[in-house]
Design a protein around this ligand. Structure first.
Ligand SMILES: [Zn+2]
Ligand SMILES: [Zn+2]
Length: 68
């Protein structure tokens, strides 16, 4: 009973560790899991918005990882 429309521009949010990834249908439908914890992503409107807000609090240079 998913009433959420398909999004093409958004994010998915890991339900376990709140890791954010760009939206893909694979992630939204649970065919791709979180690379950090193996949890499931959610790409509903609420989670996409939360993810978008979370990204705003991250440092812009998220390409660089300062450690493992
Ligand atoms: Zn995770
Ligand atoms: Zn959600």
């Amino acid at each position: 009973m998913s009433a959420s429309p398909e999004q093409t521009d958004g994010y998915v949010l890991c339900q376990d560790c709140s890791h954010v990834e760009p939206y893909t249908s694979e992630r939204h439908h649970g065919r791709e899991n979180c690379p950090k914890c193996g949890g499931s992503f959610c790409g509903c409107n609420a989670c996409s918005e939360l993810a978008r807000l979370a990204l705003q609090f991250q440092e812009p240079s998220d390409e660089q990882e300062a450690g493992e």
